[in-house]
Design a protein around this ligand. Structure first.
Ligand code: DC
Length: 215
């Protein structure tokens, strides 16, 4: 079964998703990395990020593999490279195009298929679009200042003040939640967890209890 974990940046999504997957012994799939690697490949090829056809052409050529959180492009490990600020911005831009999303969503579904159909899948639209039939959908939130504080530990945020990070998060939230194609929002049947005042352990336990409940 698929456990969908959605929410904006800085809510603890990746840490929580990885831990839930490890506890259940199933693969963890960070779908943000599919948009990030698309942004990286498009930027490197010189494609206009605002031109969906150019982006699709750019990602049609290289061999892209995602396995155990390691992202490879034609045999080159780009796991670290896709964590930079410019790539995050590029990912957010390419993710606005419905044509690009369709291609990436098909890739995400086939990734889960190839891994036996059981996975913890984290992203923005997993419960609403990619796996609308997932038996367990979680939507994580947190107060803006808590999210900025948490993001300050990421490599993407190196050298930036918490105020700068908060501004960037707000800009990305705006792009992600106001885009026409699959905007960031909780699925109607998602369990919403505000992680602001909870430990990682507590959030993970809450999700494991919910997973237990659906067998
Ligand atoms: O979670 P992240 O920061 O790695 O995501 C990078 C970008 O990709 C983010 O701006 C939103 C987009 N994204 C998306 O549109 N849908 C997803 N399922 C995952 C990420």
């Amino acid at each position: 079964m698929v456990i969908a974990i959605d929410g904006p940046g800085g809510v603890g999504k990746s840490t929580v998703s990885r831990r839930v997957a490890a506890a259940l012994g199933v693969p963890h799939f960070d779908t943000g990395s599919t948009y990030r690697v698309t942004g990286l490949v498009a930027l490197r090829s010189g494609a206009d990020l605002n031109d969906p056809q150019a982006v699709l052409t750019a990602i049609g050529t290289p061999r892209i593999d995602i396995e155990d959180g390691v992202v490879m492009v034609d045999g080159e490990d780009v796991t670290e490279a896709i964590r930079s600020g410019p790539i995050a911005a590029a990912a957010s831009t390419v993710a606005t195009h419905p044509e690009v999303r369709r291609r990436i969503v098909a890739w995400q579904r086939s990734w889960v298929d190839h891994h036996g159909g059981n996975a913890v899948v984290e992203g923005r639209d997993i419960g609403t679009v990619v796996f609308p039939d997932a038996p367990l959908k979680i939507y994580l939130t947190a107060r803006p200042e808590v999210r900025a504080e948490r993001r300050s530990g990421d490599s993407e945020a190196a050298g930036k003040s918490t105020a700068e990070i908060a501004t960037e998060l707000a800009a990305r939230d705006h792009t992600d939640s106001t885009r026409k194609a699959s905007p960031l929002r909780p699925a109607e049947d998602a369990v919403i967890i505000d992680t602001s005042d909870l430990s990682i352990d507590a959030v993970v336990q809450q999700i494991l209890d919910l997973a237990d409940g659906i067998g």
